[in-house]
Write a protein that binds this ligand. Structure first.
Ligand code: ZN
Length: 344
């Protein structure tokens, strides 16, 4: 059970949960691993799993199943890595969409859940076709049917929209469904790319959704899947989101000072004194060592970034983090316009 600890500017808040003596506090970032676009998945898992500073790590059950089947991953090693961390298991719908494998089923996903006993897990999902509108209510019902059978970990109701849908317009029916089934999920998840065509639409969606959930006293965390951009993260937290995960820590270099994620070869340009960026000869470093240092830098940069965000919520000044950023200026305009059209 997540408890509301504190509320800050706009819809920002701090939630916490206790599990196996680990205290997970939001807002927080969950580094994820995925075979999508990553040919080095097995090497990354085997090298980094023990070194990640974050308390929660996301692994796709689909990837775990395939890597284990091919002998690339040792189940004992994975289980040991999660003795002192929390495992967030994704169903693999995302990886499946881009894979030519067709043997992934809800039954196999159940087997992996039984084997790994994750602390968080997503309902079995398939990403709808983006070519035509999807039926959100029936997708939710299917996911609830899957989640109903489990009570061991935190259950994540991951909601998909086709890009042909209008998520903002669906909020009233979503809220009804959430009220009806609130005993069967602990976290509400949405893929970032599906909740709007751009940052304005996404901010409106999260803000309106949170407002309606709060009105009904449904204080469950909102998780935005596939979101690593620091400015988007801050704006989504102000809108009411709590948890983020993504592959941004693998795909880019995180420039903490300027709150940007940039081309991954640019790490030597940063003014950074983290463990990965000190005592290093950038002129003679090997590709393998650079890769390792970059990822360690990114992981610590995200960890510190979220620590700063939580501190800012406590001191009621999240907007100070990006006070001159065009994103924040427009965020305020968007909310003013939105609130004037939708009087509470
Ligand atoms: Zn660094």
């Amino acid at each position: 059970m997540f408890r509301v600890r504190l509320e800050g500017e706009y819809n920002s808040r701090i939630l916490s949960m206790e599990k196996d003596s680990i205290n997970f506090i939001t807002p927080n970032y969950i580094p994820s691993f995925s075979s999508r676009d990553d040919h080095y998945l097995k090497e990354r898992i085997n090298t980094l799993l023990h070194e990640i500073p974050q308390q929660v790590i996301l692994i796709s059950a689909f990837d775990y199943y395939n890597l284990r089947k091919e002998g690339h991953i040792n189940p004992k090693f994975v289980k040991k890595s999660f003795e002192k961390r929390l495992l967030f298991l994704d169903s693999g719908g995302y990886e499946l969409q881009f894979s030519d494998r067709d043997d992934w089923t809800a039954l196999k996903y159940r087997e992996i859940i039984e084997e790994l006993r994750p602390n968080f897990f997503v309902g079995y999902d398939r990403i709808p076709s983006y070519e035509r509108p999807s039926n959100t209510m029936s997708l939710i019902s299917e996911s609830i049917e899957f989640l109903k059978d489990y009570s061991g970990g935190k259950r994540v109701l991951l909601i998909h929209f086709s890009l042909m849908n209008n998520p903002l317009g669906e909020i009233p029916s979503l809220i009804k469904k959430f009220q009806e089934f609130s005993d069967y999920f602990d976290i509400l998840g949405f893929p970032e790319r599906e909740i709007g065509a751009n940052i304005i639409q996404r901010v409106q969606f999260i803000y309106y959704l949170r407002r309606e959930l709060d009105k009904r006293k449904i204080f469950k965390p909102i998780h935005i899947f596939g979101c690593s951009d620091p400015i988007s993260i801050i704006l989504f937290i102000l809108s009411g989101a709590d948890i983020f995960d993504g592959l941004g820590w693998i795909k880019y270099a995180f420039d903490r000072e300027n709150l940007r994620i940039v081309e991954r070869s640019h790490l030597p340009f940063f003014n950074c004194n983290c463990i990965a960026c000190t005592n290093v000869d950038w002129f003679n470093i090997s590709p393998g060592e650079y890769e390792y240092r970059l990822l360690i830098h990114n992981l610590y940069a995200y960890e510190e970034f979220f620590y700063d965000i939580r501190e800012s919520i406590i001191h009621n000044n999240v907007t100070e983090l990006i006070k001159n950023n065009i994103g924040l200026i427009n965020f305020k305009k968007v909310l003013e316009g939105f609130l004037s059209q939708n009087k509470p």
